[in-house]
Unconditional design. Structure first.
Length: 277
């Protein structure tokens, strides 16, 4: 019983020593990362956002990063000056070294991170899609993820511009102007019609059940047609229309005579008319 208890104490002590050793090893690695040299000691100006190199939209760029060589980070800048179809910026990062992991992140013009890198990708292709709220300058950062990581890479950011509707083009290649809708024609008043009309005289008139029929001294030579309208004038002079004296030509007899019909019951002694143009 004594030996069994002693053996148990020995095994427990060994386990504690092993766990302590593992913990020390992990702490040593973290200490090396934290206390080691700046991972961008040998990088150029584009290791900082202020030195980001311009990158064209919809065109791939090739570059490299290496944490072992203390060249961990590369920054690129993008100018978005035209509204997008969906206002979504799509970025892709292709990592050449299958044993390495790189990160891709997106920042706005103020340096606020708005797009975060996905985790390790088995096919070494990382995709990042971010909906942009405004036009302007944006920054893309590529970094080696761990101290062992280094690789060449290709990056592209796609932006589908919003296309305006094309103007109509005529068959001869010139721009075709869309005609403006016609303004509604001004309705002439009775006074304006009388003023512009042709004056004539009533040769004779007679009553019918539907009103009064008049024979007028104007015909085809004066441009009178079936359907031409007019009115009886009051008195021997002036351009005052007889109340209810409107009429319509129902027959053109010849060049100098036509027949009109009016709903007026009596024209009295009035013998003048105006035929509207």
């Amino acid at each position: 019983m004594f030996f069994r208890a002693k053996l148990l104490r020995v095994l427990c002590a060994s386990s504690l020593l092993l766990m302590a050793a593992v913990g020390c090893k992990k702490d040593d690695v973290n200490a090396k990362i934290k206390n080691g040299p700046d991972p961008d000691t040998n990088s150029g100006v584009d290791a900082k956002r202020g030195g980001a190199k311009p990158m064209q939209i919809n065109r791939p760029e090739t570059d490299s990063v290496s944490w072992p060589k203390l060249q961990r980070t590369k920054w690129k800048s993008l100018e978005i000056g035209v509204p997008g179809k969906d206002n979504v910026l799509d970025c892709e990062l292709r990592i050449d070294n299958t044993g390495a992991d790189l990160n891709i992140d997106l920042f706005n013009s103020l340096g606020t991170q708005i797009g975060f890198s996905p985790g390790p990708a088995p096919n070494k292709l990382k995709k990042l899609s971010v909906k942009l709220e405004e036009l302007g300058t944006y920054f893309v950062r590529m970094q080696a993820a761990m101290p062992k990581d280094e690789s060449d890479f290709s990056v592209i950011c796609r932006w589908e511009e919003e296309v305006a509707a094309p103007e109509p083009v005529a068959t001869n290649g010139k721009k075709r102007h869309t005609p403006r809708p016609d303004k509604p024609a001004k309705v002439e008043t009775l006074e304006e019609k009388i003023e512009k009309g042709t004056e004539g005289r009533i040769k004779t008139s007679f009553r019918e059940s539907s009103g009064t029929v008049m024979i007028i001294d104007k015909g085809a030579s004066s441009g009178v047609q079936v359907g031409t309208e007019g009115t009886v004038l009051e008195g021997k002079s002036g351009r005052q229309a007889l109340d209810g004296g409107s009429f319509k030509i129902i027959q053109v007899v010849d060049d100098t005579t036509s027949k009109a019909q009016s709903s007026v019951r009596s024209i009295g002694k009035n013998s003048r008319v105006v035929l509207f143009k």
